[in-house]
Write a protein that binds this ligand. Structure first.
Ligand code: 9MR
Length: 841
């Protein structure tokens, strides 16, 4: 804030004023957020032709010359609440070099932009203070304060400070209702898993705790472990461990320090529905297709952006001016989040994680599981859902013959941000393709290469098309490796800029290598710094940090990279890092930076993906236990005592920022569907609601379940994707089984191969009747077998014992074999075998 300058009173009113009204307004609460620019320029925004910066505690910007209208250059703040009949005092200081006349408006935020206050301050080089009063003629939660400074032939410099709008209702003093001080996973605990809770208390010595069943009988008790002050919440905490109690039941509670937790279950099936719910989310995020109410009661809506007015997309979308001179049909795909934008880099990681969840255990995903229009077509629904996005990603590729052919456009979205609520089919904005980027191109290469191997058994033509697109994208990215998305291209859609795409290169090379086995990709992988570096960031991985995806793929999907053992080992090193963070955390969080990131819940879940993968690779129980404990945080064992997954737990997020699940704004609309993850605590609280209510928040408290809090409470396709992956892991009931499988491909010839499989019983009990399951990498097929009855669905093969070999005594083995049909690309030896549903060690 700068020193006050000589006052100049300019008075303008919409409604006649009295001195009393002015005095009253002056005393009212402040409605502007960060009008003193002490904390940077947020949440102030500017039109794309200006860059906002602070200069000696003021907001300053260089206004370009050559614009025609005042509104060609705007600086503003959104979401200012006005109350009808209330009188407000509006004040600011400003300067212009050289002197200019500006326009100061308080207005309705969208067309017709009704002005409640309109002033034309004469701005001088030395600067002046201005003040006005007006009475609001309407109530609205989201008026705009704007400065229109366009219309000058010459460039000039504008600065402002001490922007203040006083009056109206007292801002709500926000005190989150955090319920009982004993914090649990409100959904429940697995009988054999860890069972921990966190107690918030002023006590520093250990406390007694009791576990009670639904009948209020005490079934276990013990003493808490004091943990001191937890930095992520500012709370003094104890942990409480009741892991030794394993009896299934409903309605358990924990009591400690005179407080009783919310009820929870102990049951083996608590996560059974979550994988499908997390995946069903994608259908109602679809663009370009009607959402059928019979498939999603309450969520039916017309197709969005399918070429029907008032939509201006997405069947023939032009580029931003100067970017290209063609239009593309980019209909389809998923809407990114609560907005109507479609962004290739974010679509990439999302569709990848869905396919990766499938590839982890293909037998767990079936046709008909998700109740989508494609259910019943013989392909697992998760692949059908992934294809909906993959087809969109393919459509974003620059056509042959055009500049940057083979690259992918970074994104497609509205020309301007729209308000809430707005159903997709009602969006009237112009849609535009934004310039191609290397990052988007590599996301296309990576996911299309992955899709090629996964779709081969179901639709070889589509698999061939994706592989061709992946190769073309790879070549285009190699030829243009530093074409970055513009960080300032964030009007009407997110910027999704990323100034380092070496990690996207690594991920794409890894996928292409796994699918093709080719030397070029192998050499690229081996030469990449991401192949050997410590990529396990404490903050986790996300759309902008994708080396981890490549490493996880190379570790888990069979392939012939020479240092595979080291790659696998590196995943456990990452997992150890997250395990150590979790053990040091009183809420069992495997993520603990001093400030929480945008979408922190997805980073928490992605760290859990690394620990889960370490379990898959090693079978070490500590990693699986860590994932189970991590989920407790997401489902209620946290400072806010709430679940971040809609429909899961007694108190759960339900007002995530969305233009169509906008029930908080329009009771006719639904809440987000069951299984929707909220972004979660974000220390930077960039949106006005969070800035108004959460100033000074400790990390875990930087969250509010309000639809307008887009920085803490949005839903996105790339946040539900790790939720789907992790919940599929948690729902996996396969245990480690005492068996060893030796699989040998005996000779191969063009088009075919011989497989021999030996199952050894390494346990102490006779196996009586067996079925062995594995998956091929891609389109390989079993043709005929001996020593077992073989069947195949997609790439999942099941071999069942015959009457003469259905017993395997301890230390003994059985052998069977088959003739297989080969597919293009590598045919690696499968590494994961399930005997009677349990995974061989
Ligand atoms: O998830 C994105 C986060 O990592 C960025 O920090 C943030 C600001 O650029 O944008 C987030 O993505 C939003 C995107 O820009 C627009 N659609 C909604 C996304 C989630 O909030």
């Amino acid at each position: 804030m700068t020193r006050s300058r000589a006052a100049l009173l300019a008075l303008l009113t919409m409604v006649a004023l009295s001195p009393t009204a002015t005095a009253h307004a002056d005393e009212g609460p402040e409605q502007i957020v960060n009008g003193t620019f002490d904390t940077g320029t947020a949440p102030w925004w500017g039109t794309p032709n200006v860059t906002l910066a602070t200069d000696e505690g003021r907001l300053c910007t260089d206004v370009p010359g050559g614009t025609a209208n005042p509104w060609d250059v705007i600086i503003g703040q959104d979401d200012i609440p006005l109350v009808a009949g209330e009188t407000y005092a509006y004040a600011f200081s400003a300067s212009a070099t050289p002197a200019k006349v500006g326009r100061a408006l308080i207005q309705f935020p969208v067309d017709p932009y009704t002005q409640y206050l309109s002033a034309a301050p004469e701005l001088s080089v030395s600067g002046n203070d201005y003040s006005y009063t007006f009475t609001a003629p309407v109530s609205l939660p989201n008026a705009q304060v704007v400065f229109q400074v366009g219309g000058s032939a010459e460039p000039w410099r504008f600065c402002m400070d001490d922007v203040s709008l006083k009056g109206g209702a007292e801002p709500e003093v926000y005190e989150p209702d955090t319920g009982p001080r004993v914090r649990v996973n409100m959904v429940g605990y697995l009988p054999t898993g860890p069972k921990k809770a966190t107690v918030v208390t002023t006590e520093t010595a250990a406390l007694d705790w009791e576990l009670k069943n639904a009948g209020k009988e005490t079934v276990a008790n013990g003493r808490t472990t004091p943990r001191g002050v937890d930095a992520s919440s500012g709370q003094n905490t104890h942990t409480l461990d009741f892991s030794s109690y394993k009896k299934p039941g409903e309605g358990y509670t924990l009591t400690a320090d005179g407080e009783t937790s919310r009820p929870f279950d102990i049951a083996a099936d608590i996560y059974d529905e979550l994988p499908a719910d997390a995946l069903k989310f994608y259908y109602t995020q679809r663009s370009g297709i009607e959402i059928r109410d019979d498939l999603r009661p309450g969520y039916g809506r017309p197709a969005g952006h399918a070429g029907a007015a008032p939509n201006q997309g997405d069947v023939s979308v032009p580029c931003q001016p100067g970017v290209c001179d063609y239009s593309l049909n980019v209909k389809g795909g998923w809407y990114d989040a609560g907005d109507h934008g479609k962004y290739v880099v974010n679509g990439g990681i999302s569709v990848h994680q869905l396919m990766a969840a499938y590839e982890r255990d293909k037998a767990a995903f079936e046709d008909g599981q998700l109740n989508i229009p494609e259910s019943g077509n013989g392909t697992p629904d998760v692949l059908d859902e992934a294809r909906w996005e993959q087809e969109f990603l393919l459509s974003m590729q620059v056509p042959d013959g055009e500049p940057h052919a083979g690259m992918a456009h970074h994104k497609i979205h509205d020309q301007n941000w729209t308000g809430l609520p707005l159903l997709p089919h009602l969006d009237p904005q112009l849609r535009e393709l934004h310039p191609p980027s290397t990052a988007a191109t590599l996301n296309l290469a990576a996911t299309a290469a992955q899709a090629a191997r996964l779709f081969a058994p179901y639709d070889p033509a589509f698999a061939a098309r994706t592989l061709k697109a992946a190769r073309k994208a790879w070549a285009a990215a190699k030829a243009d490796p530093e074409r970055y998305a513009d960080p300032n291209d964030g009007i009407g859609g997110g910027a999704y800029n990323d100034g380092d795409v070496s990690d996207e290169f690594y991920w794409a090379a890894a996928e292409l290598f796994i699918t093709t086995g080719e030397k070029e990709f192998k050499e690229f992988v081996l030469a990449s710094p991401h192949h050997t570096g410590d990529i396990w960031r404490e903050r986790g991985f996300d759309w902008g940090n994708t080396a981890q995806l490549g490493r996880l793929e190379l570790a888990t999907v069979p392939n012939a990279i020479p240092d595979r053992a080291r790659v696998r080992q590196s995943v456990t090193e990452g997992a150890e890092k997250y395990l150590a963070i979790q053990r040091g955390h009183a809420y069992g969080l495997p993520y603990n930076p001093p400030d929480f990131d945008w979408g922190s819940n997805n980073l928490v879940l992605n760290n859990m993906v690394v620990m889960a993968t370490a379990y898959d690779l090693t079978g070490q129980e500590k990693y699986r236990a860590a994932v189970r404990e991590g989920m407790d945080y997401i489902l209620g064992r946290n400072a806010l005592n709430q679940s971040y997954v809609t429909g899961y737990g007694e108190v759960a997020s339900k007002n995530q920022h969305s233009r169509w699940y906008a029930r908080q704004l329009d009771p006719e609309l639904p809440n987000p569907p069951r299984g929707t993850l909220a972004g979660g605590p974000n220390s930077a609280i960039q949106d006005p609601v969070a800035q108004r209510l959460l100033q000074g928040c400790e990390p875990q408290f930087c969250y509010i379940d309000d639809i307008e809090s887009w920085a803490t409470n949005e839903l996105t396709i790339n946040w539900n994707s790790p939720l789907a992956w992790v919940s599929a892991f948690l729902a996996d009931k396969g245990e480690r089984s005492d068996c060893r499988v030796r699989y040998t491909a005996h000779g191969s010839w063009p088009g075919g191969f011989n497989g021999q499989v030996v199952i050894e019983n390494t346990g102490k009990r006779t196996v009586d009747g067996w079925s062995l399951r594995w998956s091929f990498l891609s389109g390989q097929r079993v043709r005929e077998g001996w020593g077992a009855t073989l069947s195949q669905s997609g790439s999942v093969v099941t071999a069942r014992s015959l009457s003469w070999n259905d017993k395997i005594k301890p230390g003994r083995s059985v052998t069977f074999g088959f003739v297989g049909t080969n597919a293009s690309g590598p045919n690696p030896v499968p590494e994961v075998f399930h005997l009677n549903g349990d995974r061989c060690k």
